[in-house]
Design a protein. Sequence first.
Length: 560
Amino acid sequence: MTEPTTPAASDFIRDIIEDGLRAGQHEGRVATRFPPEPNGYIHIGHAKSVCLNFGIAMQYSGTCNLRLDDTDPAGESMEYVESIIRDVRWLGFDWQDRLFYASDYFEKLYTFAVELIKTGHAYVCDLNADEVRESRGTFTEPGKESPYRNRSVDENLDIFARMRAGEFADGAHTLRAKIDMASPNIVMRDPVLYRIKREPHYRTRDQWVIYPMYDFAHCLSDALEGITHSICTLEFENNRPLYDWIVGRLIPGDRPRQIEFARLNLSYTVLSKRRLIELVRKNHVHGWDDPRMPTVTGMRRRGYTPEAIRKFCAEIGVAKNDNLIDVSLLEYCVREDLNEKAPRAMCVLRPLKVVIDNYPEGGGEVLECQNHPQHPELGTRPVPFSRELYIERDDFMENPSKKYHRLGPGREVRLRNACIIKCESIVKDERSGEVVELHCTYDPETLGGPPADGRKVPGVIHWVSAEHGAPVEVRLYDRLFSIQDPGSEEDFIKYLNPGSLEILTSCYAESSLKNAKSGTQYQFERLGYFCVDPDTAAGRPVFNRVVPLRDSWAKIAGIR
């Protein structure tokens, strides 16, 4: 696999790297990694990290590893591992033979912990989790030393070995670093390095009953893999002294450097993995691949392209401070990418029947229509035309205003790629009074060309042959949340958008779309960009709306 080509970027992280290269650090090497925890599917925020880490490695002719930081067996699974691998590949990146797991290093990490005990830098503590938390102190008060802090090296080694052997219950002991209980950084107040947890690991099964904490395993995994720049988000800034403390006592010579950047916060979206898990487990969405989810797999199913996501990540850049990015920028990148590559087609979402009275009964013809107006190399497609058609219900108004330029009684419009028709009469439902059918006439001389008399017809509408149209289902996706920053709300579920999904089952598309393949994107003329969903059955396509044609999430009825 060839990694995508991206233009060389400049930001504070690259400035740090270049300063280091000029100073001869790391022998001129640049090695990064993308290290997700396999306890959920990766999302657009992870995609930013993927693009940053792989992009830096490409820019400086270095390497980027993919590593699964699987140090907490609760909630981790091979399903998540496989989804991460699949999604990073889909984004366009290749780690070659550098796929690693923190669990690969469990034995080595245990050895490192023993070394810290022997050098007097770690001890076994019997305080429970609540007692440890209370003893840590506050931002204004120092912590209190554990009564077990001064155990002998031999006693610590003995208890730690018995912890590994499974002699103790969960929570009975922890291994803590011996640093400084008066440190102004609470993270450095004797943090826990190992805990007892009788939870089968998806890879090591029941081999271990003690597991390293993330802060202990992550920095050492970086060092063992020869990572030069450990790039992470701002929430780990306070943990950097601990990162440096651990590798400084266990790793001789060249060591990785941690650099923090602002995580992605996207409007009308939540990116907390805990909250995404809640959405899935409580069935507020239809799984991790729900097209309303900000997961990479959800965006892929919706019809987003990897090129658009990479462009978005390049556009937002890398910042030092958190800010809220407008989701419309992501939608813009998707729209711009699909505008170039998506073939055009016509689909009627809310059909209203039209009968062309002066067109021969039983007659019909096939029109050749361009697949893309700016790219003739994409060819043409056959579009059947017949006496009975479907048009969009919103393209007819019984009492139109002066600014309404579509079909009405006595009015003319042009059918896209076809001819001019004029509404002569309407048929209404006797009970509801709703218009159910239009009777029109057409101008034969305009079939495929302008009117001979030069008259101007301002309105152009799309249509589908009633005889030949393919029945399809269309799913109109909107933003999952109704407020701009749902992530700032404790009860974020309260702000779910009840109109985030509308399913239309009585739609008709051009006959050429009858056997459209899953994952294929189209521009439905005048409506937006749509993608064939995996739920598609033979001869019955299901289309997801990717993005509308405009920077607006108004309903189809509001699009003019």
